[in-house]
Ligand binder design. Structure first.
Ligand SMILES: Nc1nc2c(ncn2[C@@H]2O[C@H](COP(=O)(O)OP(=O)(O)OP(=O)(O)O)[C@@H](O)[C@H]2O)c(=O)[nH]1
Ligand SMILES: [Mg+2]
Length: 211
């Protein structure tokens, strides 16, 4: 998969304001400052998402339409201590509501800084995704910050900590690594969602015929 066309569709909080098209949505989640917006720009090969000088920049759900058939969604980062508590709680509720109620989510790309162990909030997110039955792809960001052997060690550590079937993808926007692997994972999520939709439509039609 490559991205032939990319456009910013808007920033939303409320469900009723979000795009109406029945396209799969792939959300990018992770701690504030983990590199979500940078990863999106790099993946899309253009600077559409705002990268922060100060953490806590992305405060809404930002929708990017790609190839006219898929949305990538930049989520607000969690766990940023300097944001007022009531705002943090509000974002938390909005994120939970989005993940729990939006039927077009094909999966969540969960970003974790390669240098750090998953935090309590990272684990909480993984638990929530599991509970909701949402597919999750783990990405370890800023791989350029570690040497090769340390990097592999971190991939193995996180794989066992999260009980993953295979090591998480390591990416570096700075060194341009892991893009192809990540693209393949994103395409895989979108394809699975589309297949499921087809099965569902097909299923309903059959049920109708059978009366
Ligand atoms: N060395 C290195 N730095 C990175 C990489 N990716 C992102 N950064 C830096 O990390 C900082 C945070 O990046 P953002 O993309 O704004 O992070 P974010 O997760 O969108 O942050 P919020 O919007 O606050 O949630 C920026 O200074 C980036 O330049 C990477 O692969 N390597
Ligand atoms: Mg951001």
């Amino acid at each position: 998969m490559e991205f032939r066309s990319v456009s910013f569709r808007g920033s939303y909080l409320r469900a009723q304001d979000r795009p109406k098209q029945w396209f799969p949505q792939i959300a990018f989640a992770g701690r504030s400052n983990v590199g979500k917006s940078s990863l999106l720009n790099w993946l899309l090969k253009q600077s559409v998402a705002r990268v922060a000088k100060a953490p806590g920049k992305t405060r809404t759900l930002n929708f990017y339409l790609v190839n006219d058939n898929l949305f990538l969604v930049d989520l607000p980062g969690y766990g940023y201590a300097k944001v007022a508590r009531h705002l943090r709680e509000q974002w938390g509720r909005e994120l939970d509501a989005y993940l729990a109620k939006e039927e077009r989510i094909a999966g969540v790309v969960s970003l974790i800084d390669i240098r750090h162990s998953p935090t309590a909030l990272d684990l909480e997110l993984q638990g929530l995704l599991k509970e909701l039955g949402l597919a999750s792809v783990i990405v370890l960001t800023k791989a350029d910050k570690l040497g090769r052997s340390k990097r592999h060690q971190r991939q193995r550590d996180v794989q066992s900590q999260l009980g993953l079937p295979s090591p998480p993808i390591a990416t570096s926007v700075a060194a341009g690594e892991g893009r192809r692997e990540l693209l393949r994972a994103v395409a895989g999520l979108a394809d699975s969602w589309r297949e499921l939709q087809q099965e569902r439509t097909h299923g309903t039609e059959e049920e109708k015929r059978e009366g």
